[in-house]
Design a protein around this ligand. Structure first.
Ligand SMILES: Cc1cc2nc3c(=O)[nH]c(=O)nc-3n(C[C@H](O)[C@H](O)[C@H](O)COP(=O)(O)O)c2cc1C
Length: 209
């Protein structure tokens, strides 16, 4: 049975040890990935891609490029979250194609394209800018995927401790097309986590009325 939102939030922790004998059922992994896909993106442009790795040899190689963190090979499914670089550029034609899905009148379509063009000129000056902008959005989808996983009793561990260039090489990615934002092992915990540690509500929340 699905966990409630509150139960899922309490269940989730950064899982360091997965049970290697347990595989996530197909329906559940699809549920998690769909939570990622359903997440909001700037201008609705969707520049995130999810590589789902089940192959053990590949997982082992990625673990080597991830500070040897064992979650990477022990998990059931390793999601490598990618962002699209060239596709974010106006000249690729992709932004136009994405906007066209909205079936807008020409005038409105051109308004959106102009707005995105101006945004690109000031905020997306090079591939590095695009990587950071698209990664911020990918992280929103990763948050949703982790909560969706928890709803199904699936554990996760967001992982930034990796050598980006090495993983891109292992996955034979052309980094003009795709770059790695984050690595997300998914599976089932081997043991109970320690209690969650958080700052006090009052220390991190401030209301201004
Ligand atoms: C962006 C990001 C990167 C992280 N990278 C790693 C990592 O490389 N390895 C790891 O074991 N945990 C990693 N974590 C997990 C955090 O250490 C963990 O979320 C934090 O200590 C709080 O613990 P909790 O999630 O269990 O409540 C990362 C978390 C985030 C949000």
């Amino acid at each position: 049975m699905n966990k409630t939102f509150e139960e899922a939030m309490n269940f989730r922790h950064a899982c360091k040890e997965f049970d290697i004998s347990r595989k996530i059922p197909k329906d559940d992994i699809e549920f998690v990935l769909n939570a990622g896909i359903q997440s909001p993106t700037s201008y609705g442009l969707e520049f995130t891609k999810y590589l789902v790795i089940e192959n053990n040899e590949l997982k082992n190689r990625i673990q080597n490029a991830s500070m040897n963190q064992e979650q990477v090979s022990q998990c059931s499914h390793l999601v490598v979250v990618l962002v699209r670089i060239d596709d974010a550029k106006i000249k690729s034609g992709t932004p136009k194609q994405r906007f066209e899905r909205l079936n807008l009148p020409d005038e409105t379509l051109n308004f959106f394209l102009d707005m995105y063009g101006q945004f690109s000129q000031t905020h997306l000056k090079d591939d590095k800018d695009i990587y950071h902008w698209t990664s911020k959005q990918a992280y929103i989808s990763i948050g949703n995927m982790m909560t969706a996983a928890a709803v199904k009793g699936i554990d996760s561990c967001p992982l930034e401790g990796f050598e980006k260039d090495k993983i891109e090489e292992i996955l034979e990615l052309n980094n003009s097309s795709f770059q790695v934002a984050l690595v997300l092992p998914l599976g089932y915990r081997n043991r109970d986590p320690r209690d969650s540690i958080r700052l006090d509500y009052k220390e991190v929340v401030e209301f201004i009325s």
